[in-house]
Write a protein that binds this ligand. Structure first.
Ligand SMILES: NC(=O)c1ccc[n+]([C@@H]2O[C@H](COP(=O)([O-])OP(=O)(O)OC[C@H]3O[C@@H](n4cnc5c(N)ncnc54)[C@H](OP(=O)(O)O)[C@@H]3O)[C@@H](O)[C@H]2O)c1
Length: 240
């Protein structure tokens, strides 16, 4: 059997970066499986726009994943609104191609704080609630978490760190019934690539492709542990 018969009915998912791109697509997919959704991000209007598309119960909570007080408040908002937390999706992230000599400490800290510290902050705040539900964490990492890309020192470091964190949390979660996944997409056509030309963007994966993989992971038989999953473009979007 590939998926549980009852999908995510009765479950609550908190999605960081839920106001756009991959996070929004995952929220939509989970809502289609019957989950109640907590959408988080810094821009309230973006969250509200996604919320209008979701079929089921949804709560929008504005917050910054870099800030532990904000992270606690986001998880508390989920518990207050829906009474439980079953799935945490860490999709909030930033990316900008920046050669190493131009990588300022401020930029480095911003990327690491958002992409890695943010996942720590939310996972740490959510952990006791996930223990209670034998819940799941999905970290949206990147192929840049599995190998290096020129011009992406901070981003690669953050995503390699995120894969390491995911592996340790998967081990520590196992005795509590908590599963932790790291999903590592190649180029996905989202706002992150706003500066790329339309032809290149057209050859990238869709956010929905990643969401479909994430949906499969969280619905997969609970006896399965799945290591970092790479989902990449069949054809290089930058080639000819
Ligand atoms: N697109 C790709 O090619 C690709 C490939 C591999 C991995 N990824 C990863 O996928 C994830 C989602 O990115 P995306 O491609 O969907 O781009 P996106 O549309 O720009 O989504 C990123 C989201 O993160 C939120 N965010 C950024 N900083 C935040 C902060 N400090 N606190 C809370 N929320 C924050 C943004 O919302 P606000 O600005 O409103 O806060 C935005 O909704 C990222 O982790 C990215 O690294 C993307």
């Amino acid at each position: 059997m590939i998926a549980a018969m009852d999908g995510l009915a009765g479950q609550v998912a908190l999605v960081t970066g839920g106001g756009s791109g991959i996070g929004a697509a995952i929220a939509e997919s989970f809502a289609g499986e019957g989950a109640s959704i907590v959408l988080t991000g810094r821009r309230g209007f973006a969250l509200e726009e996604v919320a209008r598309r979701l079929p089921g119960p949804v709560h929008c909570a504005v917050g910054d994943v870099r800030d532990p007080v904000s992270g606690q408040a986001l998880v508390a908002a989920a518990i207050e609104r829906f009474g439980r937390l079953d799935v945490l999706v860490n999709s909030a992230g930033i990316f900008k191609i920046t050669p190493f000599p131009e990588t300022s400490l401020e930029f480095w800290d911003d990327v690491l704080d958002t992409n890695l510290r943010g996942a720590y902050v939310l996972s740490h705040a959510a952990w006791p609630h996930l223990q209670a539900t034998r819940g799941q964490i999905v970290n949206i990492s990147s192929v840049a978490g599995t190998r290096g890309f020129a011009g992406s020192s901070a981003y690669c470091a953050s995503k390699h760190g995120l894969n390491g964190l995911s592996e340790v949390l998967a081990l520590e979660g196992r005795p509590h019934g908590i599963r932790v996944f790291a999903v590592c997409p190649g180029a996905v056509e989202t706002a992150i690539w706003a500066e790329e030309d339309a032809a290149t963007r057209a050859k990238m994966m869709r956010s929905e492709d990643v969401a479909e993989l994430v949906r499969w992971l969280v619905l997969s038989p609970r006896g399965l542990g799945v290591g970092p999953v790479v989902i990449d473009n069949f054809v290089n979007p930058w080639a000819g």
